[in-house]
Design a protein around this ligand. Structure first.
Ligand SMILES: [Zn+2]
Ligand SMILES: [Zn+2]
Length: 243
């Protein structure tokens, strides 16, 4: 029958392609075969299903204190099979459903009841992996952004520190100039009149203003000089005037 022929061809094709992936633990011969596009020589050297325990699997020290009911109540993901190759007969046992002297063959009650939740299908695992990769990329971007902000803040801080130093310098100069001006005005005031006439600096007294009031303007001085010369001439006291 044509249908039988078709099935036989399919089966032959698959069998020829089988065993072309080596397990991590494969021997050198089988690795060599696979590298050359051939099949592994030993069944045990072919790539197998990977059984990973969940990362939060309860430790032996925690399990030892639990009774069977507590163990059965543990989440389904912990009820994975382990192969006991020492017991007689060899058997698949539940990883968590055991007490001292008592073991439970797998699937245990919990693994039977919540079968779909024991293992993660590879498709879901890949989705989860993609999600984690995306989240990692997002977090990396956020960290990078935070680093850029930190660098910008550091630069701004350095700029402000420089600006402040410059302002301090200018402020010092202004204060020095002010002190110099103060000293010069004091000198001027003291040249005009002694301190007991113009007084000291206080909230009610300004010796500079007092000194200014005592100064005779140049126009008046010129007029006084002219008057004086006139007077001296009239009195014949000034030799220059006489000559
Ligand atoms: Zn091998
Ligand atoms: Zn179990």
């Amino acid at each position: 029958m044509p249908n039988d022929t078709f099935r036989a061809e399919c089966r032959a094709r698959e069998e020829a392609a089988r065993g072309q992936q080596a397990d991590e633990s494969a021997c050198g011969t089988c690795r060599g075969n696979v590298a050359n596009g051939k099949q592994v020589e030993h069944d045990g050297c072919a790539r197998r299903t990977l059984l990973l325990e969940p990362p939060d699997m309860p430790s032996y020290d925690v399990l030892i204190d639990m009774d069977m009911a507590e163990r059965e109540a543990l989440p389904a993901r912990f009820h994975v099979p382990v192969f006991d190759d020492l017991g007689k007969p060899n058997a698949w046992l539940c990883r968590v459903c055991w007490t001292e002297g008592v073991v439970t063959s797998w699937p245990c009650n919990t693994a039977m009841k919540h079968g779909a939740q024991v293992f993660t299908p590879i498709h879901d695992a890949e989705l989860q992996h993609e999600r984690q990769t995306r989240q990692l990329a997002e977090l990396t971007e956020q960290v990078e952004q935070a680093r850029r902000i930190a660098v910008a803040l550091e630069q701004e801080n350095a700029r402000l520190t420089t600006e402040k130093a410059e302002l301090d310098k200018v402020c010092d100069e202004v204060m020095r100039e002010r002190d110099g001006l103060h000293d010069a005005l004091d000198q001027f005031a003291q040249a005009v009149a002694p301190e007991d006439v113009i007084g000291e600096h206080s909230s009610g007294n300004n010796p500079w203003a007092n000194a200014l009031e005592l100064v005779t303007p140049m126009v008046e001085v010129d007029k006084l000089r002219a008057d004086n010369a006139e007077l001296e001439k009239a009195l014949g006291l000034n030799e220059a005037a006489v000559a």
